[in-house]
Design a protein around this ligand. Structure first.
Ligand code: WTA
Length: 654
């Protein structure tokens, strides 16, 4: 975050007390925190018992080998059964689970009974292809109901899914398939985005060239685009489903059976495969979805706009809402297709009551103007959520006023791929809201702000956000790399009793409310997506024309941060293109290597990079230039004239 937005956070004084009508009908009150404060493990055991267990657990937490936690380890359950069969057996089979809307305007409403039947069939189809407990299945799909069916079918078999966001390149997909040694890939021919079909199957084909662990590719028909076919390896989803048995009995798996791997950017070039398991994950995803969104499953229509390729799509599109028997909206496309009011039209059409989205989306709607949402009936909205990055108070107030009609509570939820579920958020109808603050740890979650040396930081000073005690939905490891797991998250505050180090800066105010201040490491947050500076730098230097590259996250009005790259072209290639051509080529190169989300907003072709005498690139100075600020202290540079040369060049474009 820029200094300006931090300053405005620190001076924010607006307060919004809960509305009495909301309080009267809330699903979660202060009693939850009281219970958790008295007996934290007992509290989590209560929440876990809200699920269906094939075999009840006796032990709650095993923390005898930190930082490797086990929750509810002697119990068994089936995650898919909890999201499906359970609701049908309780008499709610006719309730709509998913109202799905495709970008071109086609739609489907699927009840819990129908979704259960589809998942049973899909589980049989996958089992017939040899998928069993522990096998990894990669899912590379648009936001269509089959993506949810695929995830749940994998879960039902006790296998492990690795969903890869459909915007990632073939190279990124291949790296993830290889790391997890996936046996099967589920994809679609293509999906709709911005009025066009984007191909997915072709990217899978490219990712699987040469040696691979993948035996089969199952293809959902969605885009209708032409696809290449590898006989014996590829099969259509519809045909596999048509051949499959209808009935499938869900068996119980151990609570610690792996449920999914989800790759996220870290501080090095290699993405980390974050591993989540079953019982604890589902417990916290369901409990937080229920409490934080004040879910009334009989009447609410909930909409989380995240793609299933991100953790928000896992916990708050698939597992949390379905475990709670919620009715939700899923939308395939972009917010501005075919017109900039598409989201508001959908809210009006489905009478959405709860909307969960990201600050970057809110800021881009603000830019378009309030007239667009005001052209639709948004009166069904009664709760708003935010996730992915700190929300600036201006966007918060606009969200409440324009989308929420001036009186709707907003929950700003802080969490991470690693935490699996919401950790810090207001409880609506309980917490007095403060724009810009994520506010309070959820019941059963303990947070401390520590200084670099492990001492506690007192309000109002800032420090590092840590989690004091294990929580049910915590990551269980990094796939195939236990050392990196320990080193990244636990080593730093090991002597403070193995506290989890989140990588975010934060401070607590006098009331105990938590304010997030952004990442403290080389991870950027672009439109709520995590990107690693190192990963983009290595993509750039992977281009044969590039000698050196440095990447920074510069603050951006809409996307929060934007990728800005400083690149030195090799002497031998300098004459081949003009600077503008290099810029276009290199932006395209990053898209190709990682995916369009990583494409730099700006590329500057320079002849030097600012380095310390020990050769470390001083990104802080590059960020100053990228954000148009006066350049900070350059005295530690090996060559102090470098920054002058770079900023002169940027200013004159010479
Ligand atoms: C940031 C997304 C401030 C934070 C669920 C975290 C936030 C990273 C918030 C995780 C929030 C997420 N306020 N910052 N409400 N929510 N973040 O893994 O820096 O994609 O570490 O998980 O996003 O991003 P991830």
């Amino acid at each position: 975050m820029s200094q300006n937005s931090i300053d405005s956070l620190l001076t924010e004084t607006r307060r919004f007390a809960p509305d009495p009508a909301f309080v009267a009908d809330r699903v979660a009150g202060p009693e939850l925190s009281e219970r958790a404060a008295e007996d934290r493990l007992g509290y989590w055991a209560d929440r876990a018992r809200e699920l269906h267990w094939h075999t009840p657990f006796q032990t709650v937490l095993d923390w005898s080998n930190p930082p490797f936690a086990k929750w509810f380890a002697d119990g068994t359950l089936n995650v898919a059964y909890n999201c499906l069969d359970r609701h049908v057996l309780a008499g709610n089979g006719d309730r709509v689970a998913i109202h799905w809307e495709g970008e071109p305007g086609d739609s489907r409403s699927i009840t819990y009974a129908e979704l259960t039947a589809e998942v049973k069939r899909a589980a049989n189809a996958l089992a017939a292809l040899g998928v069993g407990q522990g096998d990894r299945v990669a899912i590379y799909m648009p936001v269509v109901p089959e993506a949810v069916v695929a995830m749940l079918a994998v879960a039902r078999l006790g296998a492990v899914h690795s969903v890869v966001f459909g915007g990632f390149s073939a190279e990124s997909l291949r790296a993830r398939i290889e790391d997890a040694e996936a046996k099967l890939v589920i994809t679609a021919d293509g999906g709709y985005r911005k009025g066009k079909v984007f191909p997915l199957k072709a990217t899978v084909d490219a990712a699987l060239e040469g040696e691979t662990s993948v035996e089969h590719v199952v293809v959902v028909k969605r885009g209708g685009n032409e696809v290449a076919w590898t006989e014996g390896r590829d099969l259509w989803w519809d045909e596999a489903m048509a051949d499959a048995d209808l009935d499938h009995e869900a068996r119980g798996f151990e609570a610690e059976n792996p449920l999914f791997i989800l790759y996220t950017s870290g501080t090095t070039g290699k993405p980390k495969g974050i591993l989540h398991t079953s019982g604890g994950y589902l417990t916290q995803a369901a409990a937080t979805h229920h409490d934080v969104f004040d879910l009334h499953p009989e009447t609410d229509v909930y909409w989380c706009t995240a793609d299933i390729g991100w953790v928000t799509g896992h916990s708050y599109v698939v597992y949390g809402p379905l475990a709670n028997g919620a009715t939700q909206l899923m939308y395939e496309g972009t917010p501005d297709t075919p017109h900039p009011g598409r989201w508001w039209e959908l809210i009006e059409k489905y009478r959405v009551t709860i909307l969960y989205t990201a600050p970057t989306a809110i800021r881009s709607f603000m830019k378009l103007g309030r007239q667009i949402p005001q052209g639709f009936d948004l009166s069904s909205i009664r709760l708003l959520g935010s996730v992915g990055e700190p929300i600036n108070p201006e966007a918060w107030v606009w969200y409440r006023d324009i989308i929420g009609g001036g009186d709707t509570p907003i929950v700003d939820t802080w969490w991470q791929t690693e935490t699996g579920a919401i950790m810090i958020s207001a409880l609506p109808g309980v917490t007095t809201l403060k724009p810009g603050s994520a506010q309070v740890p959820q019941p059963g979650v303990t947070i401390d702000i520590l200084a670099d040396d492990g001492t506690r930081v007192d309000p109002p000073n800032g420090g590092l956000l840590t989690v004091r005690e294990p929580w049910p939905s915590m990551l269980r490891g990094i796939w195939g790399d236990p050392e990196r797991f320990v080193e990244t998250y636990w080593e730093k505050f090991r002597d403070q009793g193995w506290r989890y180090f989140a990588g975010d800066g934060a401070h607590v105010d006098e009331d105990g409310d938590i304010w997030l201040l952004g990442r403290i490491d080389d991870v950027m947050n672009v439109s709520g997506h995590r990107l690693s500076t190192t990963e983009i730098e290595s993509a750039l230097v992977g281009n044969p024309m590039v000698a050196e590259a440095a990447v920074v996250g510069a603050s951006d009005e809409t996307t929060g941060q934007a990728v800005v790259a400083f690149v030195i072209v090799k002497q031998s290639h300098r004459e081949e293109h003009s600077d503008e051509e290099f810029v276009q080529l290199l932006r395209g190169h990053v898209s190709q290597a990682i995916g369009a989300i990583a494409r730099p907003r700006d590329v500057y072709i320079v002849t030097e990079l600012p380095k310390t005498r020990s050769g470390k690139i001083m990104r802080r100075l590059l960020r100053d230039v990228a954000e148009g600020r006066a350049i900070g202290d350059t005295t530690t540079l090996a060559d102090t004239s470098v920054m002058q040369i770079i900023s002169d060049k940027l200013r004159t474009g010479a």
